[in-house]
Write a protein that binds this ligand. Sequence first.
Ligand SMILES: [Fe+2]
Length: 206
Amino acid sequence: MLNSLRDVLTESVRDLYSAETQLIKALPKMAKAATTPELKEAFTTHLEETKQQAVRLEKVCELLGVKPKGKVCKAMKGLVEEGAEIMAEKGEPSAIDAALIEAAQKVEHYEIAGYGTCAAFATVLGEIDVAELLRETLEEEKTTDENLTALAEGLVNDEADTEDEGDEEGGEEDEDEEGDAEEDEEEEEPAAKNKSSRSTAVKAKR
Ligand SMILES: [Fe+2]
C-alpha cells in the first residue's frame, strides 16, 4: 500500500534493487557480445559498479527498515529483454555495438530517473544518509551514460573516417594509400570486411 511519501520511497528503492540485480546478470553477456574493446571495458567496469550499487541499496533498505528483496522491476526486465534481442541478432559488429550502446543508455536513463527521484524524496523526508547513498549511485550512472555517449559518437566518427578515408589522417601516406581506398569504395564487400578492424584501429589511437 502506498499511503505516504516514505512508502513510495521504500517501494522505489526495492524496485531499483531488483533492477540492479537483473543488470548484474545481464552485463557480463553484454560485455561478451560487444566487439569494440572500449565497449567491452565499459560494460565490465559498470558491472563492478553495479555490484557496489546493489550493496549500497541494501544499506539504504537497512536504514529505511525494509527488505530489499521481493520485488521485480518489470521495466528493467523489458530493457534487459531488448538487450537480449540485440545479442541474438546477426550482422555487422559495429552495428551490433551501436545497438548495444543504445540499449545500455536506455538502462542508464531509467536508473537516473529512479535514483534522482528517490534521492529527492529521501531529502524531503530528512533521510540524509539515504539521500547521500542514492546520489552516489546517481553520479555513477550519469558518468556511465556520458561514457556511452562518447562511445556512440566514436562509432559515428569511425563511420565517417571510413567514408572519407585519407582526408584528414595519415598525411604522409596519403599518396600510397589513395589507390587502395578508392578500390575499397568500388568493391563493397572488402570495404565492409575492413570496417570493423578499422574501427578498432581508429579507437585505439585515443
Ligand atoms: Fe545501476
